[in-house]
Design a protein around this ligand. Structure first.
Ligand SMILES: [Zn+2]
Ligand SMILES: [Zn+2]
Length: 233
């Protein structure tokens, strides 16, 4: 199915043929759940009446460890379904379509001289990687990196513990669940520059990206962004 889509260049949502290899046709792109009035820091949607300063109440009182979150979409139909196809059923046409849209968004969100200097895909535990065969965040980072000319820090951050699913856990339980789950390879020669962007498929409660962002901050990275396909509001 997915390989057919790649070969015939059909829109992965409506099946219409495409005049370019972009994966999602223009009318379908127009209907994607694009975030409106996102908080300038954490990206969460603030609804029709955003705060004058551009930040949500949570970020004003207790900001996350990262500086900015760029989300392609809200975590809703049909993005949610496309992500699931890509992540759990190895449908690379869907993944490629999403990745290309994300890369365009990233390109539009930064001034050329203000781009992140490195992309850090959220790592999977090696066992999970073996089971799945690919890391969806690495695939996204590759597409963004190619389009925006940003190198990828593939081995800088490792997942050392296979954490149980975060589903159904409270914020505190998630934090405990993730404690010591990641480690940075600071002794290697490949330490990325100061401005780094964490790449994840879906940002839900921010626990994962916050955990990594805190480690990056402690390691001396002064600007830390998050780039994701979908932000759960
Ligand atoms: Zn379409
Ligand atoms: Zn916020």
């Amino acid at each position: 199915m997915s390989i057919m889509n790649v070969l015939t260049q059909q829109c992965v949502l409506c099946g219409d043929s495409l005049n370019r290899s972009f994966g999602i046709c223009d009318p379908c792109q127009q209907e994607l759940p694009t975030p409106v009035n996102g908080c300038q820091r954490c990206g969460i949607e603030m609804g029709p009446e955003p705060s004058a300063c551009g930040y949500c109440g949570q970020c004003l009182s207790d900001p996350p460890a990262f500086d900015r979150c760029i989300a392609l979409c809200r975590y809703e139909y049909p993005i949610r379904e496309l992500i699931a196809s890509f992540k759990f059923h190895a449908r690379f046409a869907e993944g490629q379509a999403l990745a290309k849209l994300l890369a365009e968004r990233v390109l539009n969100c930064y001034e050329p001289d203000d781009m992140p200097q490195s992309l850090l895909p959220v790592p999977l535990h090696p066992r999970r990687l073996r089971e799945r065969g690919y890391n969806q965040s690495v695939e996204l980072a590759r597409a963004v990196g190619r389009r925006c000319n940003i190198p990828i820090a593939l081995h800088y951050c490792r997942r050392t513990r296979s954490t149980p699913s975060q589903k159904g856990l409270s914020a505190d339980e998630r934090a405990v669940n993730l404690r010591n789950a990641f480690v940075l390879d600071q002794n290697g020669s490949a330490k990325p520059p100061r401005h780094i962007a964490i790449v994840d498929d879906v940002v839900t409660t921010m626990t994962t990206v916050n955990t990594i962002a805190r480690m990056l901050r402690a390691a001396g990275h002064s600007r830390i962004d998050v780039i994701c396909l979908a932000r759960v509001s």
